[in-house]
Design a protein around this ligand. Structure first.
Ligand code: ADP
Length: 853
């Protein structure tokens, strides 16, 4: 004390700095405390400096110690019971932060309160009073003669004591007390730092564990829940744990276990077969009701932290399941995320044995409890089967982990639900797609069918159209008139031929009563009344009538003879109308008349020679009549000549008819006109001579396109007529010339041509044509007969017996031949002066007039 007291202040401050530095060098509390006791012991030079730390139960433990030369026994690690430092003393340490200096030899204790105001203490920093005898005894038992005690406070709690012991009496002065106080203050700071560090570390551990569990929960390895649970169990130093996930809509409940598990099957000592082998703790109604009854941990509404299950009330089934496995501690969290209950996370702890080393102990049962401790010999205490309470840190960690579990499980379930929905959606999409494809296919098929049907319909329409067009064409082009009428006799159809024949416009007849406009008349001119008309009978009695000769009336009032058929139209066995098909037979009647006349004429013509022949032969045949030979000869000649005439007649009749009917094939070819004219003249020369006629021929050498025999026949006929009808001594001329058809005009057939110039008469031809003329100086032909003579059996002088041997068919044959050669024939004449017959024939061009043949 004396030495210390005299140390220079500077030296003391350095010392303090050094000690402070050492304390601050570390954040680890044991190191700081070791440095503290070491430096303080050296500073004070005492035999021992120790740090005594209070536990929650007010017992204490020497946590740091520096001892000089074994002069005092080491107390490091020894526990001291709470009674060693009585409550009032602890109170003083805390409230007054009272420091004590004990001098055992002098039996005094110096007390130095840090806060003067807290106690009614004297003005001096340090005041002494007699020490308790038991305190003296206590220290003496420890071999301590003097001691200095300074309280260490942390967060306004008595954390511990900084104690210096010396085995001999020693004085501690105010300066030392001050230094020690400062050291104690430094220790307080260090404790704060260390406690902060400890907390930070715990937080770090907490986060590390949480992260590990979370990463396991999220890992894609198999059984992520199992791995996370294993980690949770080990991190919280448990013997087992389980994760129960309640059943979902489509998923059954799931249980993951780790380590020791409650044994439900052996609970209650009942036979195992009585209980369900699949019984799950969390599914027991007892479990639910027990949790409901048991208050959850005070600040965690869904967490139950039970340190010792044997201390609480619970159903026997659960208790026995736990006790079977020596489970004492139970930490249960109800997993809830977003208000959805997911299951339970439970951890189990078994009991442990706790060993404590006591530095001697007062016997509480000893009535002499104030008797000072005589020995500090250590005493080892072993507490078996102790429950391990859950610390706040562990509970916090468990809650954090449970939150993570809940979040991950919720997300997983959500994901699974989404996946299931997706899969379902995909399945439905596939099904729907298949359905749509099928529908599409059938639509395509239907479309194809429809298109085919449409095509067929179109084809049917087309063919119907074609048919109706054809029908229309047939009806339109039919030569016969066709009229359709309804059952009442109104016109429903008229074809163009009918309209044309009747002189009406089609539309004027439609819907008109047929009988009105037709003015149907009998051949004799008597008008039909409707009920007696054959057409009415067709409608009324379904009769088909073929009628010839009835008259129909045109719009202009003219009637014409017809041949018609009226036919009923049936549909479904009913008469729905009639069709009248008719033709105008005016021309036919004319032809028939002409034919009848022709036959009459021919018969007449044939009858004359036949009568002559019969008469002659009749005379010859009569034996009674004795004819003179001359007369007989004459009869024979008559018969012969008439027979010849008959033959000529028949030949000519046949000829003219055959040519007219086109039955004679002309052998047309290029031929020399001069030769033809010469041949014709040669044939007729004898006849001319017989008649005393001079025949003059002026041939034209040119090529014509003709059948030479037929042209010779024509020319000989013209020459024969000219000779026949010319007086003796006269001349007959035949000549030919080439004329330009362009300079002539059209001459209608049958026109009387009176001009002298053939060209003036006109020729219907193009290019040049050959004009042949046969001229005589005979009796001539009256003007009104110039065309008639070309008709059949037309002869001018009927009085001339035998018509000069003619048949009256020659010129008709000539005209037919001329026409067949695309030529014309006509006559000019002056009665008493003579006649000229003209014949035009086409000239032959190099390439031929038609086909070059
Ligand atoms: P036919 O055999 O009677 O001659 P054609 O047809 O040749 O018959 O002649 C008809 C009639 O035309 C003759 O019968 C005659 O009266 C009259 N005819 C024809 N050619 C001449 C002519 N060159 N001169 C006077 N009359 C003629």
């Amino acid at each position: 004390m004396t030495q210390l007291s005299h140390r220079p202040i500077k030296h003391l401050e350095e010392l303090l700095h050094r000690m402070t530095d050492r304390i601050r060098q570390s954040l680890e509390l044991p190191e700081i405390l070791d440095a503290t006791v070491d430096e303080m012991r050296r500073f004070l030079g005492t035999d021992r400096v120790k740090v005594y730390r209070f536990h929650e139960d007010n017992s204490g433990e020497v946590v740091a110690e520096a001892v000089q030369h074994q002069r005092l026994p080491s107390l490091l690690g020894h526990r001291f019971p709470a009674e060693d430092i009585p409550e009032h003393a602890r109170e003083m340490f805390l409230t007054a932060r009272q420091r004590t200096i004990v001098n055992v030899a002098k039996g005094k204790i110096g007390i130095s309160p840090f806060c003067r105001t807290a106690l009614s203490s004297p003005p001096s920093d340090l005041w002494f009073r007699p020490i308790d005898a038991c305190h003296v005894e206590y220290l003496t038992a420890m071999g301590v003669q003097s001691s200095l005690v300074v309280p260490i406070l942390h967060r306004h709690q008595l954390w511990g004591l900084l104690v210096a012991h010396h085995s001999t009496p020693r004085q501690f002065g105010p300066k030392e007390l001050k230094i020690v106080q400062q050291i104690a203050d430094q220790v307080t700071v260090a404790i704060s730092h260390a406690s902060l560090l400890h907390l930070t570390r715990l937080r770090g551990q907490h986060e590390a564990i949480t992260n590990q569990v979370v990463s396991l929960l999220h890992s894609s390895t198999p059984d992520p829940l199992q791995k996370a649970l294993d980690k949770t169990v080990s991190a919280l130093q448990c013997v087992g744990g389980r994760l129960y996930l309640s059943a979902e809509s489509s998923k059954p409940a799931q249980l993951v276990t780790s380590g020791i598990q409650p044994e439900l099957s052996r609970t209650g000592g009942q036979p195992a077969r009585r209980r369900s082998a699949t019984a799950v703790l969390e599914q027991l109604p007892d479990w639910q009701s027990w949790l409901e009854a048991e208050a959850p941990n005070q600040w965690m509404t869904q967490l139950w932290a039970i340190a010792d299950v044997s201390q609480i009330e619970m159903s026997w089934s659960i208790a026995s399941a736990l006790i079977e496995q020596e489970i004492r501690g139970l930490l249960v969290v109800r997993l809830i995320h977003r208000n959805r209950f997911l299951g339970y996370l439970s951890l189990f702890r078994q009991s442990i044995d706790i060993e404590t080393v006591w530095a001697g102990r007062l016997d509480a049962a000893d009535p002499r409890q104030n008797r000072p401790r005589r020995s500090f010999e250590t005493w080892r205490e072993l507490k078996r089967s102790q429950p391990q309470p859950w610390t706040a840190r562990e509970i916090g960690l468990m809650q954090d982990l449970a939150d993570r579990y809940a979040s991950v499980i919720y997300q997983t379930q959500l994901l699974q639900t989404v996946q299931a929905l997706n899969a379902d959606l995909e399945k439905r999409v596939i099904e729907r797609t298949a359905e749509l494809q099928q529908l599409n296919q059938s639509l395509i098929q239907e479309n194809i069918e429809r298109e085919r049907a449409l095509k067929e319909l179109q084809q049917a329409r087309d063919s119907l159209k074609r048919l109706s067009h054809q029908n229309e064409l047939i009806l339109s082009s039919a030569g016969e008139g066709i009229c359709g009428i309804d059952p009442e006799g109104n016109t429903v159809f008229v074809n163009p031929a009918a309209a044309r024949m009747l002189g009406y416009d089609k539309k004027d007849l439609i819907n008109q009563f047929m009988h009105d406009w037709l003015q149907h008349t009998k051949p004799g001119g008597e008008r039909y009344d409707w009920p007696h008309s054959p057409i009415f009978k067709t409608l009324k009695y379904s009769q088909t009538h073929h009628v010839t000769g009835d008259l129909f009336t045109r719009q202009d009032g003219q009637s014409f003879p017809t041949e018609y058929v009226s036919t009923p139209i049936h549909e479904s066995g009913k008469i729905v109308g009639a069709v009248v098909i008719f033709k105008d037979i005016t021309e036919r009647q004319l032809i028939e008349r002409m034919r009848d006349e022709f036959i009459a004429v021919v018969s007449h013509e044939l009858r004359t020679p036949l009568t002559s022949i019969r008469a002659a032969l009749g005379l010859l045949a009569q034996e009674k009549i004795d004819l003179q030979p001359e007369k007989r000869q004459r009869m024979v000649e008559i018969a012969f000549s008439n027979t010849n005439r008959l033959v000529r007649l028949v030949n000519d009749i046949l000829d003219v008819e055959r040519i007219k009917l086109g039955k004679v094939t002309l052998d047309k070819k290029p031929c020399n006109l001069a030769n033809i004219m010469a041949q014709a003249a040669d044939e007729m020369r004898a006849m001319a001579d017989n008649h005393g006629i001079q025949l003059l021929v002026d041939p034209l050498t040119t090529q014509i396109w003709a059948d030479p025999d037929r042209i010779i026949q024509t020319l000989t006929n013209l020459l024969s007529n000219a000779i026949k009808f010319s007086p003796n001594g006269s001349t007959v001329e035949m000549r030919a010339q080439q004329v330009d058809s362009k300079s002539v005009s059209r001459v209608a057939q049958g026109l009387n041509v009176t001009g002298t110039d053939a060209l003036q008469a006109g020729i219907d031809a193009s290019g040049s044509v050959i004009l042949l003329q046969v001229t005589d100086r005979g009796q001539g032909i009256p003007e009104n007969k110039l065309e008639t003579v070309f008709a059949r059996f037309e002869q001018l002088d009927a009085s001339d017996n035998g018509h000069k041997g003619g048949t009256g068919l020659g010129l008709a044959i000539c005209r037919s031949i001329a026409q067949e050669h695309d030529g014309e024939i006509w006559a000019q004449s002056q009665v008493g002066c003579g006649s000229t017959f003209f014949l035009t024939l086409p000239e032959y061009a190099e390439a031929g007039p038609e086909d070059g043949s």
